[in-house]
Design a protein around this ligand. Structure first.
Ligand code: NAD
Length: 330
């Protein structure tokens, strides 16, 4: 099942990754792309004029049937999610994405979709394997025994397994990638759902603009993470989609940094040096997390490779433009 000539559906297309994926599908030769999101069109990060863009609530079964009708390749990215500040305080909302995943799988089966891609998350991994900032990178088998991130991670793990059983029992071909922190332009950078790279870029730019050279950092700054630039993410999604990889697989960068190092890069790009105030009571997630890429390298002979500094430069310059637009449109 190659995407060239296919009729694709992107769920969550008004969001960050979905918006970029729509463009990539056209670049790779999709015959048509239907883009669906629950948000009103004027709130989508981007719309592609070649796509059929529809506003539908995919928690509803009928909406999922409308969305999948006439498509053969589904990319299910729709979810209620955000950074740690959001998922730690909205566990029920995160778990309700199970409605979307259940109804999308049922609809895909009913309408004869050929292949179904599901975006899972590194939040499925057992929390006890992420207590030390000196991380041992997470291998796919580290999801079990299950002790995922409460709320959001449990829902992702459950939906991964639904994909597996829809394949085994109903013959629906599924592919599942576990995304590790994705960042880049045209995504959430303010409002409470933003993740660390966008939040740090925004805070550094705000401090620079205001002349108050201070920054609040969530946690002690020693937490470690890896961050994948959006172009690596969309390439990985399609490569995994085209592959024969039947088990959930990591899709993430293995360039590990501390949050302090992330701030160093952002300061350097902005040309400022800030006093750091550590908020130890803010949500900070696990102490350390990295992606073990042995499996993806084995299957695809490729892993996400765009350097954090290069990706962050692109992200920061986009956020700077957004901040200017927000100020001038007030
Ligand atoms: P995003 O919030 O920017 O996009 C998700 C989109 O789904 C939003 O536009 C939202 O309106 C839409 N949506 C939510 N509920 C819906 C519904 N009922 N019907 C239709 N649309 C609905 O998030 P993103 O960063 O683009 O993430 C996309 C996917 O990747 C999500 O499933 C997320 O869990 C997963 N993921 C992302 C990251 C990351 O770092 N961004 C990491 C791990 C996993």
């Amino acid at each position: 099942m190659h995407i060239r000539g296919a009729h694709a559906l992107v769920c969550g297309a008004g969001g960050f990754i979905g918006g970029h994926l729509v463009n990539r599908l056209f670049d790779e030769g999709a015959a048509s792309v239907r883009a669906v999101d629950v948000k009103p069109l004027d709130e989508w990060y981007q719309t592609n004029p070649k796509a059929e863009s529809l506003v539908l609530d995919l928690q509803e079964k009928d909406a999922c049937l409308t969305a999948t009708e006439g498509t053969d390749s589904v990319f299910q990215l729709a979810a209620d999610m955000g950074g740690m500040g959001f998922i730690e305080n909205n566990k029920a909302l995160c778990m309700l994405s199970v409605l979307t995943n259940t109804h999308m799988l049922l609809a895909a089966r009913k309408t004869g979709v050929k292949r179904f891609f599901y975006s899972s998350s590194a939040c499925v991994y057992n929390g006890e394997k992420q207590t030390n900032p000196d991380v041992v990178a997470l291998k796919e088998e580290d999801a079990y025994p299950a002790l995922p991130e409460d709320g959001y991670g449990w829902e992702k793990l459950f939906s991964e397994r639904m994909c597996r059983h829809f394949s085994e029992d109903y013959g629906l071909e599924t592919r599942v990638a576990r995304f590790h922190n994705v960042y880049g332009p045209l995504g959430t950078w303010t409002g409470g759902r933003e993740k660390a790279p966008a939040a740090i870029c925004r805070k550094v730019l705000e401090a620079k603009a205001s002349g108050k050279h201070e920054i609040e950092i969530w946690g002690d700054g020693h937490q470690t993470r890896s961050f994948m630039y959006i172009d690596d993410c969309t390439k990985g999604v399609l490569d995994i989609y085209h592959s024969d990889i039947l088990e959930p697989i990591n899709l993430g960068s293995s360039e590990l940094v501390t949050i302090n190092q992330l701030v160093d890069i952002a300061e350097d790009l902005a040309g400022v040096k800030l006093k750091r105030n550590y908020n130890l009571s803010a949500p900070k997630g696990v102490n350390g997390r990295n992606s073990d890429n042995t499996k993806i390298l084995g299957y695809l002979n490729w892993e996400p490779s765009i350097k954090l500094r290069d990706g962050l430069a692109q992200t920061m310059s986009w956020i700077e433009q957004e901040m200017l637009t927000t100020v001038t449109s007030r």
